[in-house]
Write a protein that binds this ligand. Structure first.
Ligand SMILES: Cc1cc2nc3c(=O)[nH]c(=O)nc-3n(C[C@H](O)[C@H](O)[C@H](O)COP(=O)(O)OP(=O)(O)OC[C@H]3O[C@@H](n4cnc5c(N)ncnc54)[C@H](O)[C@@H]3O)c2cc1C
Length: 369
């Protein structure tokens, strides 16, 4: 049987993970096109759900668990003018709620595996989709901004500029116990994600003008704010500070003929709930199932309904989850008229066991209940 040829473009987490997962499907040959030079200057961490962690480990067999730091507890706090209300604690005794990994480490590991595997790695900056006409399926994982998408769809995505910046970085500390926490602060949400014994990362989403006004003293500002939040007397070290503009962009068209958009190009969402890459992993899982099915029937991917099937099965969840994250962001945004009501709501959430159960299921498995 002649192997079907799939070309994946982009060496971000989406492209590398898609290449790793699809290369295990029999009957296909995978090529990965990535820009010259290793792109691992991403000093962020990513939190993934337990189900997605299991999916990665079942599909990328050589991954060592050491790269993933488990969390059994997540705490949510809401800052009012007087206090910080701990309004939701999620616990899991028998399994883990989520895992955190360092983007650069996982990317280098995936790249190393790919260069040793049967995946063909081509180092170039793709300019023209015409160069890829010999492939049965083309998957573009080229981030949220590429102009190449204009050749695929003229339909404008659902989009919004939050006019916010996500400040990320690492903190070295000496605490014995530190849980994954999300603080809804007056400046914007700040997440703390432990990823090793003495390190946690943070993501603080703040207004653009706040970031610009404080950019020169940002390290000290972060140090003081974080020390105050975790009520520490010990010294902490803040490093690897990076900043990312925050936008919402949801594609309404996913593919043209045999060319599919995947990853940030399909859905870029607010980082407040750490759901972006979780959605990508669920997309990859579904895409693998669909490709496996068509290939097993001997149907050429080039002229099949595989990408229509993908669109129909993933678009509803991607849209609902992304807009849900947008709703969460809006709910916790400061508003002097609504804040007194929000205080009442968050104080009551604590005792709502159904809501706790529901939040855990949705963040673990998405809407595939
Ligand atoms: C601050 C922040 C925190 C986040 N935290 C979380 C989290 O905790 N949990 C979670 O699930 N998600 C999170 N996300 C989302 C997550 O980071 C992304 O979903 C993930 O990194 C996937 O990105 P990507 O690979 O699709 O795109 P990118 O990382 O943008 O990669 C695109 C790649 O394509 C390459 N490329 C572009 N054009 C070309 C071309 N023409 N030819 C060849 N190569 C090309 C680029 O060089 C790049 O390597 C977060 C996002 C942000 C901004």
């Amino acid at each position: 049987m002649i192997k079907q040829r799939i070309c994946i473009v982009g060496d971000g987490l989406s492209g590398l993970m898609t290449a790793g997962v699809l290369s295990k499907v029999s009957g296909i040959e995978v090529t990965l096109i990535a820009k010259k030079g290793i792109n691992i200057a991403d000093k962020r961490t990513t939190a993934i759900s337990d189900t997605n962690y299991k999916f990665i480990n079942q599909n990328i067999t050589t991954f060592r668990q050491k790269l993933f730091w488990p969390s059994k507890k997540i705490e949510l706090f809401y800052e009012t003018s007087k206090e910080k209300i701990n309004f939701l604690n999620l616990n899991e005794t028998n399994s883990n709620l989520m895992y955190v990994f360092e983007n650069d480490k996982v990317k280098s590991k995936l790249l190393k595996e790919i260069s040793k595997s049967k995946i063909k790695l081509i180092r170039k900056d793709l300019k023209n989709l015409g160069e890829l006409k010999n492939y049965d399926l083309i998957i573009l994982c080229i981030g949220g901004q590429s102009k190449i998408y204009n050749n695929i769809t003229k339909i404008r995505p659902i989009s919004k500029d939050y006019k916010e910046i996500a400040i990320t970085g690492y903190v070295k500390h000496n605490y014995k116990t530190l849980n994954t926490s999300q603080f809804f602060l007056k400046e914007g949400p700040l997440a703390i994600l432990p990823f090793s014994k003495n390190y946690f990362s943070f993501v603080w989403s703040v207004k653009k003008h706040f970031f610009e006004n404080n950019s020169k003293k940002i390290t000290n500002l972060l140090k003081n704010r974080i020390t105050e939040l975790i009520k520490s007397k010990q010294n902490i070290t803040v490093s690897n500070i990076q900043s990312y503009p925050i936008t919402l962009s949801l594609r309404r068209q996913y593919h043209l003929k045999n060319i599919l958009i995947l990853g940030e190009g399909l859905h870029t969402i607010h980082p407040v709930a750490g759901q972006g890459f979780n959605l990508v992993l669920r997309d990859i899982k579904k895409l693998k199932e669909i490709i496996k099915y068509y290939v097993s029937l001997g149907i050429s991917l080039k002229n099949s309904y595989a990408l229509d099937d993908f669109y129909n099965s993933r678009k509803p969840e991607n849209t609902i989850m992304s807009l849900g994250v947008d709703f969460t962001h809006n709910f916790f945004k400061q508003n002097k008229y609504l804040d007194p009501f929000k205080e009442i709501i968050v104080k009551n959430i604590k005792n709502n066991e159904t809501l706790k159960k529901f939040s855990k299921i949705i963040s673990n498995r998405g809407l595939s209940l």
